[in-house]
Design a binder for this molecule. Sequence first.
Ligand code: ZN
Length: 502
Amino acid sequence: VAEAYQELAARLQDYWSLGKIEAILEWDMQTQMPEGGSNARARHIELLAKLSHQHFTSAETGRLLDAAAGETQNADPTSDEFNLVRVARRDYDKARKVPTELVMEMSRITTLAHSIWAKARTDNDFKSFAPTLEKIIELKTRIAECLGYTDHIYDAMLDEYEPGLKTADVASMFETLREDLVPLVKAITARAEAVNDSVLHQDFDETKQREFSEMVVKQFGYDFGRGRQDRAVHPFETSFSRDDVRITTRFHPKWLNPAMFGTFHEAGHAMYEQGVGEKLEGNILCSGVSLGIHESQSRLWENIIGRSYGFWEYYFPKLQSVFPAQLGNIDLETFYRAVNKVSPSFIRVEADEATYNLHIMMRFELESDLLAGKIKVMELPDAWNAKSQAYLGITPDTDTVGVLQDVHWSAGLYGYFPTYSIGTILSAALFDKAVEQCPNIPAEIKQGKFDTLLNWLRTNIHQHGRKFDPKDLIQRATGQPLQSRSYMNYLKTKYSAIYGLS
Ligand code: ZN
């Protein structure tokens, strides 16, 4: 077997391990660490980031990449070896384009920006955040210029999270969606009183919430022998290996949704990581390929399964026995409608399935305009409110629940939002394809059985890790490029029934 390839693989394994050690420190920081540990932790993480960047971008990695490319050039283009070299080459070329000093400056500014943004949000004071935001956009622009792009500066940012995705792709995706989504939400809003979700707002014991959610995700196929759940302020999933994939959640004592649907969501991410092929363990292909594909997995389990009638036919009686005082006298139909209530609201993370993509659409338009210099930072609050009125039919009365609500822009995460919509759209396309190939899936869901669906996802998505680019993976799994038809059909069918639309 090829010598340089083996040496490269070993070198990349060390690089991968350094990243995973960093992830353990970050997991600990968000779940266990006392407040006093934060300065020392920042130093530890910065050191690891430096070591891993130096190790990866060294001339030695470059030499091995060249030699290994020679050795694998005639290999099967779908083989692990061929793709490991291909992906490593792309990551390497990108990593070397951005000077370390610029990366470090960005990291410093965004760390400082977090508290400035948080205070501005609390105080409803956009002006105090504006200079920092301007600085971040300036640095982000410099990074994008280093990385290079052909059509739109925003392309360089999208590529960080969704390799190969272009601004024009996202614009046309939203154009198609907007045509159907805006009238659908209007029609539902006109019949808002048809659904009452007060049943979800009662006292729900935290331990019981946790036990029920964990029982469900175990039956989905999340392996607690290779995972665990902890509490965090902002729920997330992280993995240190395909055999150690963690999820986190938060509880609301008077609202059932956040912990329950949040756990379903994070478990969807986690099952993706646990399902990466065993052969890929420990190398740079051993993770989900992009944020969009990742989000397709979390949304599929959270919404397409977790908010479906068939699912609750099986699980509602179980939930009733966990909360007899709260739910004992409620019928399945009422509960199903409650968990699917649609109501335009200011806050993205609390949005329902129908309005969610409208929140993303306005963020995409605003951030791509900002980076292209079409709007200035100081014009952002007004631009935000105008879009909110146009798409959601409501204008936020403060910037706190408007332009300041999300952490992303203060963290330098531009090009991140569209991946949420890609995932949502893809979740429906994947589910349609899975049911087309395995028609017994809906009947199994009604019996609390998910192995046929999980196996389909394992075979078509999970096992490949980062081996294929997102566009190829979507084509291979669904037989066509990403399309929003499945998703719009899903929404129209489901919500026409719930809201009695014609
Ligand atoms: Zn997610």
